[in-house]
Design a protein around this ligand. Structure first.
Ligand SMILES: Nc1nc2c(ncn2[C@@H]2O[C@H](COP(=O)(O)OP(=O)(O)O)[C@@H](O)[C@H]2O)c(=O)[nH]1
Ligand SMILES: [Mg+2]
Length: 460
């Protein structure tokens, strides 16, 4: 399916399925106003097809002229609309039947049902937004936390697009110099490939490297991270799980080996979506069900981005604890050592397994002491300085990261080979620009655009 340029007019229900106070049927394209005029009568009997940037009150009528719904009709004239085309939004009552009936009326008058993401795609094709802003629209809709919303808002408002544009301009200026040097090799041109030329590329390189790094935060906010709670039986894993979740989800019991199947729940920690997994205590057992649970715990630990290794401060470290710690170390993810039950009398000089822990926390799942500190530690291990990261534009898709890495490699190659011929310089710069262009959408193929916009919902 390839995209048809927009001389037709599209329509779709833009509000989610279900019942709501209001619901919107949106039209975009050159015939939006004339189609709307055929199905709508204004209560002041005005002709709306000449209307501009305003809201009309009235009714949508069916083919026989019977009123279908009392509506507000919002007209936005090109280019001052979401798609940069003429847009009409019909705000009706938010019932499925009434919205469907309104949609059928406008389709009967010549509008075509929009494809998924086609409104946003038109905004992109018409040059109102670049691909980063279009993709951020999707994240705005799907954002589950305030932090994810902040990131999506920053990208959709064009901060990232602006930075990418500035980077591309810088590379284009360098390209122009390199091309001039190619075109007039013999002429008495002033020297073009100067230290200043490379200084600009240095600057570009730094910005690009920072953007590559920024993707980690973007992906983390979107995809979240998984944390597994591991440790020996009865140390308080399920109690800590419940506290982090603020819900008595897992069974807590003085009997060792209670949690046999792992339990996974999602929560938000400092704005980061987290899948938290409580696991069966790791120990040697003859019990078939428990040992299955233990095998699953190991699998959960292998999938996790971060491990909470819980131990009991009120009892001696046993050999099993250090064996387990060693096993966790081999997974090569950060391990936080959580010494629980600090409300109980502590064992003097309690041994701590000798592996490099990412952090050490003392808590009591009974009194809640130390839990806030533990949460802060987890957030900072997952996201570093999240506030700082949210203050600057960030990439938020793996394809963006791949392209930025490609562009960065070209610029690095240039900087490492400063004596290269102007032809080679120009070649690398064109490659870098084409990689940047696949982030902004300038050089993105129709097939890839189909995939990106196809994952939007209809009506967006
Ligand atoms: N005093 C005290 N008891 C705790 C603490 N955390 C858990 N417990 C108790 O230790 C026992 C085992 O807890 P549980 O969360 O089921 O441990 P798990 O087997 O590691 O999941 C239960 O009786 C809990 O009430 C704590 O911080 N202080
Ligand atoms: Mg448990």
């Amino acid at each position: 399916m390839s995209y048809l340029y927009s001389d037709d007019t599209i329509a779709a229900i833009s509000t989610p399925p279900g019942e709501g106070g209001v619901g919107i049927v949106r039209l975009s394209g050159p015939a939006s106003l004339s189609i709307a005029a055929k199905v709508f009568v204004s209560s002041r009997a005005k002709n709306i097809s000449k209307g501009s940037q305003r809201v009309y009150h009235g009714h949508v009528l069916d083919e026989e002229g019977n009123p279908l719904d009392e509506v507000l009709l919002h007209i936005m004239r090109a280019p001052h609309s979401y798609t940069a085309e003429d847009v009409v939004e019909i705000n009706g009552h938010g019932g499925r039947a009434s919205l469907q009936a309104i949609l059928e009326c406008v389709l009967a008058q010549g509008a075509r049902l929009a494809q998924p993401g086609e409104f946003t795609r038109r905004a992109f094709v018409n040059g109102r937004i670049d691909l980063t802003r279009a993709e951020a629209v999707m994240d705005l809709i799907h954002a589950k936390t305030r932090a994810a919303l902040r990131m999506a808002e920053s990208a959709s408002s064009g901060r990232l697009a602006g930075q990418l544009q500035a980077l591309a301009n810088l590379l284009k200026e360098c390209l122009a110099l390199a091309e001039a040097a190619v075109d007039f090799p013999e002429e008495d041109l002033p020297e073009l490939i100067t230290p200043a030329f490379f200084a600009r590329l240095e600057k570009a390189k730094e910005e690009m490297a920072a953007l590559v790094k920024s993707t980690d935060t973007g992906l983390l906010l979107q995809e979240g991270a998984s944390i597994a709670i591991v440790g020996r039986p009865n140390v308080g894993k399920s109690s800590i799980f419940n506290l982090l979740l603020r819900d008595a989800r897992a069974i807590v019991s003085p009997e060792p080996g209670t949690t046999r199947d792992q339990i996974e729940e999602t929560l938000t920690l400092g704005g980061i979506p987290v899948r938290l997994c409580d696991t069966a205590g790791l120990r040697k057992t003859e019990h078939a069900v428990e040992s299955q649970g233990i095998e699953r715990s190991r699998q959960a630990a292998r999938r996790a981005a971060l491990l909470l290794f819980v131990a009991d401060a009120s009892s001696e470290a046993e050999e099993e604890e250090s064996l387990l710690a060693e096993e966790m170390r081999q997974l090569e993810v950060p391990v936080v050592f959580v010494l629980n039950k600090i409300d109980l009398p502590a064992v003097a000089e309690r041994k701590i397994p000798d592996i490099p822990f990412a952090a050490l926390c003392h808590v009591s799942a009974m009194t809640g002491e130390g839990m806030e500190e533990l949460e802060k530690t987890l957030v900072s291990l997952l996201a570093g300085d999240l506030e700082g990261a949210l203050d600057s534009p960030a990439l938020f898709r793996s394809h963006q990261k791949d392209s930025m890495q490609r562009a960065l490699k070209c610029v690095q190659a240039l900087l490492e080979n400063r004596d290269a011929s102007p032809e080679i310089l120009a070649l690398e710069l064109r490659d870098a620009l084409s990689a940047l262009g696949s982030i902004t959408g300038e050089t993105t193929s129709e097939e890839v655009l189909d995939i990106i916009f196809g994952s939007f919902c209809i009506g967006k």
